[in-house]
Ligand binder design. Sequence first.
Ligand code: NDP
Length: 502
Amino acid sequence: MLKIENHIGGELTAPASGEYLDNFNPATGEIYSLIPDSDERDVEFAVCAANKAFPVWSKMSAELRHDVLMRIAALIERDLDALAEAESVDNGKPKSLAKAVDIPRAVANFKFYATAAMHVSTEAHETILGNGGQAINYTLRQPLGVVGCISPWNLPLYLFTWKIAPALAAGCCVVAKPSEITPMTAYLLSKLCIEAGLPEGVLNIVHGLGTKAGSAIVTHQDVKAISFTGGTKTGEWIAREAAPKFKKLSLELGGKNPNIIFADCDYDEMLKTTVLSSFSNQGQICLCGSRIFVERPLYERFKTDFIEKVSHLKIGDPLAESTNIGAVVSKQHLEKVLSYIELAEEEGGKILCGGKSIDLSNETYNLDERNLKSEIQNLKLKGWFIEPTIIENLPFDCRTNREEIFGAVVSIQPFDTEAEVLEYANSVEYGLSATIWTENLSRAHRMAERIESGIVWINCWLLRDLRTPFGGMKNSGVGREGGFEALRFFTEEKNVCIKVNY
Ligand code: NDP
């Protein structure tokens, strides 16, 4: 069975413990590879390797750093199909989605930050002194040193590279941990980095459990900053550990995003996009709109059409081109999502569509659609599938509408006024993103200004420009990623003041 290895000091290595964890294929429910069960010893090796590499990497010209990061981007692009397949097998997501979104975005992350590093500038402030003298202040931005990057399982390579690329471009050396649930594309990235000639020790990837390998990264005294994407509870723990050590923190956490639909919207565009914003990636995107509020005159029409469209989504083999909804990432996560559907019913919710897990165990893992490799021939879809679920009749402030489910479950609810829907939208402890559908420009601006979220999409969803600030407010996070903001995060600012003598 394939054994994933850590990537430390430029080499693929076994964990110090010699122990491995099982890695499941969510579509078949079977173990298909093994992951290093790394601990603080592996993290120590990785930090040492990163510390050793830092003096050279941080002093390398931006152009040379750019060249090696662009080579990594080109290699990811070369392996697009294989990486998309690996992501699908590891995560359960449709391969078509990985091919169209996840892997191209990993390429874009490296390209964006490789080039950004060549365009960084800094400020200078001229200070006029009362006596006719003058001082010049300029800001130095120096790479922090060794930094930790920890990412979740929902968009594995996409989010892993979103952290690593700016850290490397800024001149830092990295110790990174992907989610233990989806380690495969990070492992494949290790190989591509070696092929691209990334100097040894600049990027170190340690696989394993969050509570063991992850926490060892967070608490290591030589790790100067943590860039973390994951659940709010984990973020809270990291903040508690990192604060007394005065580490820099960027936390991208959970969400419970509102999707607000006014009656004057472009109906067809809204309907098509709302299906995607609700159920893409099995609803396992932090930016999915899980609370749908519809202006009353449109409510019944929307409800009928939405149910109709969602009931035609094809659930099944993630490797098949025709599949819209793949497998849920793990058995535990499936159980969590189902428990929320049960809770919704207890809270008075009416299931309009879906609501159950699906048994596809008689179906073969993509027999018709590709040349199966011998080792996965004759596998059945015995994994974890769930119907996309629409619920109505829930109060806006019940638990189902307040807590993050992170699955293919949405609630729909009518509203009458802007003030009312703003109250609903802002009533949760999260504030990651919001979507607003209206053709009324003034209303769009009014709502965007008043809504409590770090990202507002008007008449669109998941339209990303990597230069823009990305992140959440309230319990959805601290700090912003994206653009030059992310490069700055990985640097220490130092003001230098020079008094000029005449
Ligand atoms: P987790 O918080 O469980 O895990 C995220 C990462 O942290 C994983 O690599 C995990 O390792 C690791 N980890 C867990 N415990 C610790 C610890 N004590 N110290 C250090 N690292 C630790 O999140 P999920 O993987 O379940 O991801 C889903 C969550 O991520 C959702 O809440 C979602 O909203 C959020 N998310 C937020 C995004 C944003 O941009 N705001 C984007 C995408 C997702 P392991 O897997 O081994 O447990």
